[in-house]
Design a protein around this ligand. Structure first.
Ligand SMILES: *Cc1c(COP(=O)(O)O)cnc(C)c1O
Length: 368
């Protein structure tokens, strides 16, 4: 028998989540953001659930080629644009739309030989200070692009730094709107948090949800996935492979960081940091055993974690080798453990846990 760890991707949940995103901006077109191999889910595995999208947005040219290979003929957007001149040839060949965020990319386009003019998204740095033209350079960049025979259509794009938090998007939105006021072209502004938390009048023409599609709340713990009517799209499950009855003062695992204050029963689970379970999650991190909530104890090892079985024993739940363990996502009896809760216990965010799912974990797709 293979090691019992398994990740499951839930197609119906992806479908629910993209519909939810659409309801938040009914007049906008939806880019399904599938960068980082669909946030660790696998582009091929999420495609069916997300195919109602108006387009797919990603970073890697390889990933764009994979989306085309799945038969997608609609729009694909490279969120960081091209990295070198010859990438433009692939854009021409695969009909990829691409972001233009710097002078170098305009120069590459100006010297690109193509029969098919490109659709580009001109990026404004409206305050995040990663990619894009500063507001005072933006219109000049637009004019230069507009003069190129290689460019067919220019859309306008920016990205918010604080859509999930107290600072919000107002200032960046004001800068974007002021600078672009009379420029023609479609707009694309909102990531998941901006889409769900802020009513952007022009939620504009294209919204760009990523994390919401994967059933995680960008603004957890202020809101949970359920508050936003999202559903988890990834379950990481395993089984108990050993049980230890320990006495008061016995310790568990490396470094002996957990010490029993009473006699207790510990379950050993086939899942460790080499599977993508965050090592920073130690004693107290929530976990479901047979669908019942309990906690991790001690350190995460490479291949194992240890969990407290006392709550199950107290409740009279039968538990032992082979019992179902849910690290995040859906348990078999309808219980759910939000990936955001696990991430928080490890000092990180749901995004990172999904993206870090390890290669060695087998992945199944639950179709509906
Ligand atoms: C990743 C990304 C998104 C999606 O962000 P989420 O927080 O996952 O919704 C949107 N736009 C750009 C430019 C991105 O890089």
């Amino acid at each position: 028998m293979p090691r019992p760890i398994l990740a499951t991707i839930h197609t119906a949940a992806l479908r629910n989540n993209i519909q939810r995103a659409r309801r938040a901006a009914p007049d906008a077109k939806v880019w399904a953001v599938v960068k980082a191999n669909a946030y660790g889910h696998g582009i091929e595995r999420v495609f069916e659930g997300l195919r109602s999208a108006d387009g797919f947005a990603l970073l890697d040219l390889d990933e764009a080629a994979r989306v085309r290979k799945l038969g997608w003929r609609g729009p694909i957007l490279l969120l960081e644009g091209v990295f070198e001149q010859r990438d433009l040839e692939l854009c021409s060949r695969l009909g990829l739309w691409h972001t233009v965020h710097c002078d170098e990319q305009i120069h590459m386009l100006a010297t690109h030989k193509t029969e098919m003019p490109h659709r580009v998204f001109l990026k404004m740095n409206s305050g995040m200070n990663r990619l894009g033209f500063a507001p005072h350079q933006y219109r000049a960049a637009w004019t230069r692009l507009n003069a190129l025979p290689q460019v067919e259509e220019i859309s306008l794009i920016t990205h918010f730094s604080d859509a999930d938090g107290a600072k919000g998007i107002e200032e960046q939105l004001r800068i974007f709107n002021t600078t672009t006021q009379d420029l023609p072209g479609e707009r694309s502004l909102a990531n998941s948090a901006a889409l769900l938390r802020h009513r952007i009048p022009a939620a504009a023409d294209w919204v760009r949800p990523g994390i919401a599609l994967y059933g995680s709340a960008a603004d957890f713990p202020e809101h949970s996935y359920a508050d936003w009517q999202l559903l988890p799209t990834m379950t990481l499950s395993s089984k108990i492979i050993a049980v230890q009855a320990i006495n008061t003062s016995a310790t568990v695992g490396y470094g002996s960081i957990f010490k029993a204050d009473k006699p207790m029963t510990i379950g050993v689970v086939a899942c460790g940091y080499a599977d993508g379970y965050p090592r920073h999650c130690s004693t107290g991190t929530p976990v479901l055993v047979q669908g019942m909530r309990t906690r991790m104890v001690g350190r995460v090892s490479m291949d194992m974690i240890t969990v407290d079985l006392e709550p199950l024993i107290l409740a009279g739940v039968e538990v032992g080798v082979g019992s179902e363990v849910t690290l995040w996502g859906n348990a078999s009896k309808g219980a759910v453990l939000a990936i955001d809760e696990v991430a928080q216990a490890g000092g990180t965010v749901g995004y990172e846990l999904m993206c870090a799912l390890a290669q060695r974990v087998p992945v199944g797709v639950e179709t509906d």
